[in-house]
Ligand binder design. Structure first.
Ligand SMILES: Cc1cc2nc3c(=O)[nH]c(=O)nc-3n(C[C@H](O)[C@H](O)[C@H](O)COP(=O)(O)OP(=O)(O)OC[C@H]3O[C@@H](n4cnc5c(N)ncnc54)[C@H](O)[C@@H]3O)c2cc1C
Ligand code: SF4
Length: 478
């Protein structure tokens, strides 16, 4: 074992410096500062280079983490970048927004009492350095292929597939209904978790690599699905899930009750310098308001923390279970608490109060019951425990379901599951329509960026094999 590694025994875990809550609560910049070179090398040297790297096993991309940690510890950063980028199209993005506590870092086997290696922070550092030093280059395929692939959706799933296919020499065009590339990376996830220039520089690189983009193009309206099938030899659907789960009950139609994604999209667009009439009118601006966010996932955390930064008078998060049963990452809950968000655990909304515009949310206390078949504890209201929370803006963050894909594309042959996600052959990623593949959230349901990248890469490989087979068949038929 090289002397440079195994330093966890003497060297404590350190993340890059986190800006104080008072400072970061006033702007939308990322909350972690960059690692200094010496710090990144020192933290990498804490890796024990264990025989079975559970970090890599639990990384959806199977990243060769111990290898790039060792190279970073040895100061061989360009090689670390080569290794890291061989399995991940966007390591600097995953390093920032993967829930590492549930994935790689949560499975680091450094003995108990020594905290895990800060894998995500090092991964981010390696690729940020590679960009700064000009090591990240556009794709130059060894040879061009005659075939073309159309991809619907410029989120992480579609983009990872686009890169992999371009690398193989295919002509790739990505279609998206938005005006910028990135999907939820650009308009969903707030800047304080992922600064937008990080996404935009990837877009530039893809354009330089010869990947075509047709933006402001809603498939099903601006172009039909049949148009695309006629244009391309194979298709990939990577359209994500956007049907927000709603909440009914008395007062649900009052003004000032908004879906989480409308709110986050507006904030991200403002940050990018766009004009957003619903922000200017005050509808999607939390400034000076008492804000109540309903939900307990990462989207809810992004909303509460955005509201703090917009200068809300108060921010409360209502969640019907308790802290231990929250789906959102604990790290994000901690960040939100530090920034002044108040969590009201075991509380479910019953009604929205107000005449035309919401003025409050009436909620009821819940208690946790016995686990159901899935092992999750049920929740039941406690009779007579109603209470009211003041609210000028209520944000609904209850999760997302797939849109009606068959209807959107006018393609009844596209089979869906009972959850509305696209049905695919899980080995080949092909849908029920031959030559049409699917990847990312539209197949998995709402998931993670790292899984979308993984699926995009795997689907690209399957599309390549499919086109190879088609090519072979065409030659045989001549
Ligand atoms: C608020 C929020 C915060 C999140 N935070 C995190 C996080 O911190 N870490 C993490 O790992 N994951 C996070 N996620 C989840 C993550 O963003 C998604 O799992 C991931 O983006 C899915 O990638 P995708 O490529 O499948 O779809 P998306 O990123 O949703 O991209 C789909 C694209 O398809 C386009 N599209 C859809 N229909 C059409 C059509 N008919 N025509 C043309 N284009 C179309 C959309 O405009 C979109 O650009 C978050 C999600 C949300 C909502
Ligand atoms: S991609 Fe995500 S899970 Fe994998 S090593 Fe990076 S931060 Fe960890």
């Amino acid at each position: 074992m090289p002397e440079r590694m195994l330093k966890f025994v003497h060297l404590a875990q350190r993340l890059p410096e986190r800006r104080g809550a008072a400072e970061r609560g006033h702007d939308f910049d990322e909350i972690y500062r960059d690692f200094a070179t010496t710090e990144a090398a020192a933290q990498s040297s804490r890796c024990s280079q264990c025989g079975v790297p559970f970090c890599a096993v639990h990384c959806p991309l199977g990243n060769n983490i111990p290898d790039w940690l060792k190279l970073t510890a040895e100061g061989r950063l360009e090689e670390a970048y080569e290794v890291s980028s061989a399995t991940n199209n966007f390591p600097e993005i995953c390093g920032r927004i993967c829930p590492q506590d549930r994935l790689c870092e949560g499975n680091c086997v450094i003995e108990k009492g020594f905290e895990s290696v800060t894998i995500g922070a090092v991964e981010r550092y390696i690729t940020d350095t590679a960009f700064a030093r000009g090591w990240v280059k556009p794709i130059r395929p060894v040879r061009e292929q005659g075939a073309s692939v159309g991809i619907i959706g410029a989120g992480p799933g579609g983009l990872a597939a686009a890169e992999q296919l371009r690398r193989r020499g295919y002509q790739v065009t990505v279609y998206d209904r938005h005006d910028r590339v990135g999907g939820l990376l650009i308009y969903g996830i707030p800047n304080f978790k992922l600064e937008k220039p990080i996404v935009l520089r990837r877009w530039e690189l893809m354009v330089e690599s010869g990947i075509g983009f047709e933006l402001n193009c809603r498939i099903g309206e601006d172009l039909t699905f049949a148009d695309l099938r006629a244009r391309h030899d194979a298709m990939l659907i990577a359209t994500g899930v956007y049907q927000a789960r709603d909440i009914g009950g008395p007062g649900a139609g009052l003004a000032g009750i908004v879906p989480a994604l409308d709110y986050l999209f507006a904030s991200n667009r403002m940050g990018l310098g766009d004009r957003v009439p619903d922000f200017d009118s005050g509808l999607l601006d939390a400034g000076g308001k008492h804000v109540v966010v309903i939900g307990g996932g990462d989207t809810a955390m992004d909303c509460v923390r955005t509201a703090v930064r917009q200068g809300a008078a108060s921010v409360k998060c209502l969640y019907r279970r308790d802290r231990a049963n929250m789906p959102g990452s604990m790290r994000e809950v901690k960040n939100a608490e530090e920034e002044g968000v108040e969590f009201v655990w075991l509380a479910a909304p019953e009604a929205f109060l107000g005449d035309d515009t919401v003025t409050g949310v009436r909620a009821v206390r819940m208690h946790l019951g016995l686990p159901d078949a899935s092992g999750r504890q049920s929740v039941e209201p406690i009779e007579g425990s109603h209470f009211t929370v003041k609210a000028d803006l209520a944000i609904k963050a209850l999760g997302f379901d797939p849109e009606d894909v068959q209807g959107m594309f006018g393609e009844p042959g596209l089979e869906v599951t009972r959850w509305g996600t696209l049905k695919v052959n899980h080995r080949t990623f092909e849908t029920s329509v031959p030559g049409v593949f699917a990847a990312g959230d539209i197949v998995r349901g709402a998931s993670l960026v790292v899984w979308a990248i993984r699926d995009g890469r795997d689907a690209a490989e399957q599309i390549h094999r499919h086109l190879e087979r088609q090519g072979t068949l065409a030659v045989a038929a001549e």
